[in-house]
Design a protein. Structure first.
Length: 677
């Protein structure tokens, strides 16, 4: 722990920082294009926003059963870990309705933002590429993206014809911590100008192996002081088993000037909810009363792009998605609460013709969400949320200076017929930024943005017990819109033996919406009421890669990633809950002609800056490793060995509601085989 603290202090003493991660494949090629932050393609190394791109073997190395755990550990990203089956990304301490999760630029149409025990209806196993953009510069996706955007690309609607008429991959995985058995595969075939895609995945796990007790030592001490008697589970995380099946089929017509296609996909999950309480004295239910979630989503997508110039535009992009989502909470064999979410979203982006040093884009977005919950845990009444927005971004390149500005106007309405309530919000968000090239290798950028977010239906109208969070949640129909004023500076070094990026960010929220506990109880649960108060978030991330040795036979490199965020209510209001602690990851990688290997130490500091209604969390150190072998010295076959938490250390994620009931997995050794064609 002394070494861990020294490294954390040394790193954070440089600056509280942010970083842009660039993914390298085993041949050293850099993924340079970012499409999430702008309608036009943008050089990743010159984007004003901090972000990361995962694809290829880097994505394969990180992939887990949930999106949150797949991305956790990237600079500025943690997870809401609610057991191994339900985990949503947390960006710079913000989550829920402040982080937009997209599938190819369109929403995920699930109920994950409503409660941390609800899984994201996206399967990382079928992802081809994931883009993570941190910070509020993502205002093109609305006020709900003030924390950032996660955009998952699955290739289910082909945008090009495959080389040689067919391409794809199949993979099989075994993981020891949960006795995981999983397999996935995808193929894209062409016939003339038609491209057909099909993919599927299957994943089954048993209850997760954990080091020591499920309950934290602080929680066990409190229970002992209160003379409470609970059966202490040890070695296994009760009711954490899961089964997931996904499949999709898509088709596109591809021509020289663009493509147009459609897809259908189905997401089917059945998973246990560990630590789910049925009452104040029933934290450890038996098998007959264990809570499981049966989730099914049917989704239809349409995507098209046309690069034929017309009027003042050179390209048009269309995205449309519709989904019917339903999940049932099963208490033993009995149906508890049923959540339904039907929604659609459409997005049109028009890229302007370049005029010398000036380029830009504009667009429109419309969406509708019809949500209803019926049963014991229906703490939110049925609601219909509608949204329409207009946006633009403009860029002027005056070498070595680049100037950028953007704006979005949107209208959000929330109707709750059961209560005779409706709210409407008009929101204007703007941003401006500049970057300057400091020679061939260095660049410096800064952004300033002012974004607005409308309160979600759950924040406005919740009124009932929410057992997943062990709280009685009470909405506030009088909530006003939330305003965030954000500043960020980014310094990058793109070439040479030492490469990396660091940035500082500061966000001041006016009328920040949060849950406050004033000591009241209802239904034997503490009442958490949604309130508004000014707040501030600041911190940053660092990522650094150093080439230690290069030769024709092997390349050795050292990489360092660190992040820190601090969040408080203004005017000495104290800390906000579930804010991630400082973290640091140090890795050494070796890359040869037919193999690549990496070993890393992942560290998180303790978090003692907590609210009155949460417990502190101890720091932890995990030792991880990964080895990929290409036995035929080609990319078509890859054999992988991945080990996480080799020392079987106890680790708990402070950003999780379950952190005192469910630790992270113990030692997990994963074997996989991949064939690409």
């Amino acid at each position: 722990m002394r070494v861990q603290r020294y490294l954390l202090l040394t790193t954070t003493a440089l600056f509280p920082l942010a970083v842009l991660a660039a993914e390298q494949d085993r041949h050293g090629a850099v993924e340079e294009v970012l499409v999430t932050s702008r309608p036009y393609e943008q050089d990743l190394d010159r984007a004003l926003q901090a972000g990361s791109v995962l694809s290829g073997e880097e994505l394969a190395r990180r992939v887990e059963g949930t999106l949150g755990e797949t991305l956790s550990g990237l600079p500025g990203v943690s997870s809401s870990y609610f057991g191994p089956a339900a985990s949503r990304p947390v960006i710079r301490g913000l989550s829920g309705d402040r982080v937009r999760i997209l599938n190819g630029g369109i929403g995920s149409f699930d109920a994950a933002a409503i409660s941390p025990d609800h899984a994201v209806a996206l399967d990382p196993l079928t992802a081809e590429r994931i883009e993570i953009v941190r910070g509020p510069g993502t205002l093109l996706y609305g006020g709900a993206a003030v924390g950032g955007v996660i955009n998952v690309f699955d290739g289910r609607i082909p945008s090009r014809l495959p080389d040689n008429g067919a391409e794809g991959a199949v993979r099989a995985v075994y993981g020891s911590a949960a006795d995981e058995r999983s397999a996935d595969g995808a193929a894209t075939l062409s016939a003339g100008q038609l491209a057909v895609h099909i993919d599927g995945s299957y994943r089954k796990t048993d209850d997760l192996k954990i080091p020591g007790f499920a309950d934290s030592k602080r929680l066990r001490a409190l229970e002992a002081e209160a003379a409470e008697e609970h059966e202490q589970t040890k070695g296994r995380l009760f009711n954490s088993a899961a089964k997931t099946m996904n499949g999709a089929v898509g088709m596109s017509y591809v021509w020289e000037a663009g493509f147009f296609g459609a897809s259908y996909s189905r997401n089917d999950q059945l998973y246990g909810v560990p630590g789910h309480a049925h009452g104040p004295d029933d934290d450890h239910a038996d098998d007959a009363g264990a809570v499981r979630i049966d989730l099914v989503q049917d989704r239809f997508d349409v995507t098209g792009e046309m690069i034929t110039p017309f009027l003042m535009f050179e390209k048009a992009k269309l995205r449309f998605g519709y989904a019917d989502y339903r999940h049932t909470e099963l208490e033993g064999d009995e149906i508890g609460t049923v959540f339904n979410n039907k929604g659609w979203e459409g997005r049109l982006e028009l890229v302007q013709r370049s005029r010398g040093a000036w380029r830009g884009a504009m667009g429109a977005q419309l969406s509708k969400r019809d949500f209803a919950a019926v049963g014991e845990e229906a703490f939110t009444p049925p609601s219909v949320t509608k949204n329409w927005g207009l946006f633009t971004v403009q860029e002027l390149v005056l070498e070595p200076l680049t100037l950028e500005a953007g704006a979005r106007f949107e209208r959000v309405t929330v109707d709750v017929d059961a209560l005779g309530q409706d709210r409407a919000f008009s929101l204007l968000s703007i941003s401006a930024g500049a970057s300057v090239e400091l020679g061939d290798d260095w660049s410096l950028g800064a952004t300033l943005s002012r974004s607005k977010r409308a309160p979600a239906a759950e924040e406005l109208f919740s009124d009932g017990p929410h057992l997943a969070t062990r709280a009685y949640e009470l909405g506030n129909p009088a909530l006003s819109k939330e305003t965030a004023l954000s500043m960020e500076g980014i310094l990058r070094k793109r070439a040479g033996a030492v490469q990396g990026a660091l940035s500082l960010f500061y966000t001041k929220f006016d009328d920040f919406i949060y849950e406050s506990h004033d000591g009241l109880q209802a239904d034997d649960l503490p009442v958490f009421a949604f309130m508004q108060r000014d707040a501030r978030f600041y911190g940053g991330e660092l990522e650094l890669t150093v080439d230690i040795h290069k030769s024709e036979a092997v390349v050795f490199s050292l990489d360092v990633a660190a992040d820190i965020v601090r969040a408080s209510l203004s005017h000495n209001g104290g800390p906000l809950p579930r804010i991630p602690p400082k973290s640091l990851t140090v890795g050494i990688a070796a890359q040869g002609a037919w193999y690549d290997a990496r070993i890393e130490v992942e560290m998180a500091d303790k978090q003692t800056r907590v609210t009155a209604y949460e417990l502190p969390t101890d720091g932890y150190t995990l030792l991880n490793m990964n080895v990929n072998v290409h036995p035929f010295a080609r990319d078509d076959v890859t054999l992988s060995l991945r080990a996480r938490n080799l020392t079987n250390a106890e680790a708990r994620t402070h950003t999780s509601f379950l952190k005192d009931y469910a630790p992270l997995p113990g030692r997990d050794v994963r074997l996989s085989a991949t064939y690409r064609f």
